[in-house]
Design a protein around this ligand. Structure first.
Ligand SMILES: Cc1cc2nc3c(=O)[nH]c(=O)nc-3n(C[C@H](O)[C@H](O)[C@H](O)COP(=O)(O)OP(=O)(O)OC[C@H]3O[C@@H](n4cnc5c(N)ncnc54)[C@H](O)[C@@H]3O)c2cc1C
Length: 465
């Protein structure tokens, strides 16, 4: 069947919904096609066979945008959220060190603490002459060898699943705490933890339904007739401006705003750029393992949000006490609790899909997140083939020309994997990317109307109206 619309949106995740919300506000002619049977994309949630609710990885809501906050309130109402103060920790050498690690080295053994402090000071003294060429060199120039060897290098390999020498560091901006040595020394003297740093110190989480409840609600508020769920687009005729779904529906558009992964777009919309560039876009996969347990969390996990794991005994880089975000993430709130682990995979860091869940449980017991033995109320596992868009060296030189070539033919690729820019790939950023893209197209303006995609450091450094 043939259809026609001015704005065709691909994807009902945060990016596509951001676009749809703005299109609807402006009363424009639009339609959204989503491959899956519900909204949310990577920010969706599911209930496992034992009634436990899970996100696809630990999602926390914090935002740089007033518009995003307005939609969050609309989605769940002001009372629909639990507000949390971040309590995040690093598990290392049989102890928890508060996050950010580099500010809290007073928690280490004196010998390791002194090595870390000496490295931090040396890095500070040589900072002016340092010209790091990649993330590995940046870490060393910023933190010195102690903090790097103990935490930064092993942790970052676990997260990115790529050697740090292959990564750029310009994405860092607000995401990594660059240490103030005065504060580090003060913490060593007083023994007081320094935990206030960071953009996500306060965050909130839906009372019911996990993170996915937000996007389901936003999706369902939009006019039903403008949305087709279960409609994956398989091919795009660039010259004719027609997108065809797996079911054979043909959608003619004037503008296509797509949040499907850019490497797949290249292959679905042939002829815009060379197929080979798809392979240059590096990414990592994510394995999510959820464990539910009867009773209440042990004392040392009662108030923790998430924990980082640089040590090699465990496969995971991060573990979330998911029932602390909302007790309703368990079927019997107050009588059960839950833990969620994330494990990254790439060709540099293979992970066995058959073994990872058992490996996580073994490491949970070893890291004392679970008792040494005892039954589990649930064990759930999800594989996310594309989890993190890798900020590889030379990324912008690969991505930007692709985005521009598509724009020239009316196709606007936006979002976490649509634009492949990790520094603007959270839910708030993605919603804003979709929203701003519509603003630009409908006003006939230029890149200045898309600050999130084109000036990430600016939007990340301020509160955006
Ligand atoms: C492990 C992990 C942890 C995260 N933690 C956080 C966090 O703590 N805080 C935070 O804010 N964000 C977090 N995120 C990021 C968040 O999930 C993303 O920002 C967001 O989901 C990206 O939105 P998107 O719309 O760009 O892409 P997606 O969510 O991937 O949505 C794209 C949508 O397009 C659909 N689609 C794809 N191809 C087609 C096609 N051909 N036709 C039709 N539809 C198609 C997909 O089904 C999907 O629904 C995390 C992500 C991961 C993986």
């Amino acid at each position: 069947m043939n259809h026609e619309t001015e704005y065709l949106v691909l994807g009902g995740g945060p990016t596509g919904l951001g676009a749809a919300c703005r299109l609807q506000e402006k009363n424009l002619d639009w339609h959204l096609l989503e491959a899956e049977s519900d909204f949310g994309g990577l920010a969706s949630s599911f209930v496992d066979e034992n009634g436990f609710t899970w996100d696809l990885g630990g999602h926390v809501q914090f935002s740089h945008y007033e518009t995003f906050d307005r939609y969050m309130d609309l989605a769940l109402g002001r009372d629909g959220w639990f507000n949390h103060e971040r309590e995040s920790w690093i598990w290392m050498r049989d102890r928890f060190v508060p996050y950010p690690f580099q500010y809290n080295i007073h928690r280490l053994d004196p010998k390791e603490r002194d090595v870390c402090l000496a490295g931090l000071k040396a890095a500070r003294d040589h900072q002016a002459g340092a010209h790091p060429r990649n993330f590995e060199e940046w870490m060393l120039a910023t933190f010195g060898p102690g903090v790097c060897d103990l935490f930064m290098k092993p942790y970052n390999f676990k997260v990115w699943a790529h050697p740090a020498s292959m990564l750029d560091y310009h994405w860092i901006g607000e995401r990594v705490a660059v240490p103030d040595i005065g504060k580090v020394e003060q913490a060593i003297q007083t023994g007081r933890d320094e935990i206030s740093w960071g953009p996500n110190r306060l965050f909130h989480f839906p009372k019911f339904g996990g993170t996915g409840a937000v996007w389901r609600s936003i999706g369902r508020r939009l006019p039903r007739q403008r949305i087709s769920l279960g409609s994956p687009v398989e091919a795009i005729d660039v010259a004719g401006r027609v997108a065809t779904t797996a079911g054979g529906e043909r959608w003619k558009y004037r503008y296509l705003i797509t949040s499907m992964p850019l490497n797949r777009l290249v292959l679905a919309a042939r002829g815009v750029v060379h197929d080979d560039v798809a392979g240059k876009l590096l990414y990592s996969a994510a394995h999510v393992v959820g464990i539910g347990v009867e009773g209440r969390p042990p004392e040392h996990l009662k108030t923790k949000c998430w924990m980082y794991f640089p040590m090699s005994n465990s496969p995971y880089y991060r573990v979330t006490v998911f029932s602390n975000y909302s007790p309703n993430n368990t079927p019997r709130p107050g009588f059960q609790w839950s833990l969620m682990a994330e494990v990254a995979e790439s060709s540099f860091k293979p992970v066995s899909r058959d073994a990872v869940a058992d490996d996580v449980v073994r490491a949970f017991r070893e890291d004392r997140l679970l008792p040494a033995e005892g039954p589990l109320s649930t064990k759930t596992y999800r594989f996310i083939p594309m989890g993190y868009p890798t900020p590889f060296l030379g990324r912008n030189a690969v991505v930007d020309p692709i985005l521009r070539a598509f724009e020239a033919v009316g196709i606007f690729s936006r979002g976490r994997f649509g634009a492949w820019k990790y520094e603007v790939a959270n839910q708030d950023h993605c919603f804003a990317q979709g929203y701003e893209c519509v603003e630009r197209l409908s006003r006939g303006g230029g890149e200045e109307l898309e600050p999130t995609l084109f000036t990430p450091s600016l939007v990340n450094s301020r509160r955006n109206p």
